[in-house]
Design a protein around this ligand. Sequence first.
Ligand SMILES: [Zn+2]
Length: 205
Amino acid sequence: MQIRFATDLSAAEYVRQQAWKSAALDHCPLHSKGECGFARHGLYSRQTPAGTKIARWYCPQGHITFSLLPDCLSSRLPGSLIDVETAINEVENARSQEAAVFGLRIDVGLTGVLRWIRRRLFLIRMTLRLLIKFAPVLQGCRPSISSFKAALGVEYVLPALRMSAEPYLYVLPPPVGFGPRPQCKKGEKPPFQHKTGTDPPLEGE
Ligand SMILES: [Zn+2]
């Protein structure tokens, strides 16, 4: 299970300062009175940014691992929330998705990069639509980065949402939320392959 590690560090600063060392969980999220054997459970590594580690705890009674994900990093996708936002911003401001991704990710080719961006667009638009529904202050927004940026008055929307939309994090999909991936309607192709059970990012970079 992922837990918010509240921090205003950028992804690069998080790595440089090895801020996972200061991540702390005082008590088990399942058993506030303790006595469940709750303890630190080492670290796991993420590929991007290089050198990223995430601190983990384990509750033996609940058989659950808790990972403290800093506010700057995407959940269940590689890299930072700002990386995702920058890519989506490009698409919103481009003539077409093809034009937006031109020159990006030459390692995976056009089809691969379109899949890469559509996956992110699907998840972020779903997140923004849910927040428009949940948060009265966002009613009237469109499900776009530019509309949310104007409404929130922030430089980057996605890290701001991780910080301010805490009550909704467990219903919002990744990479902002810690909730489940949205299910496709019957007959629709899944946006990407579904895997379960692990905290580390599921998509290689
Ligand atoms: Zn516990």
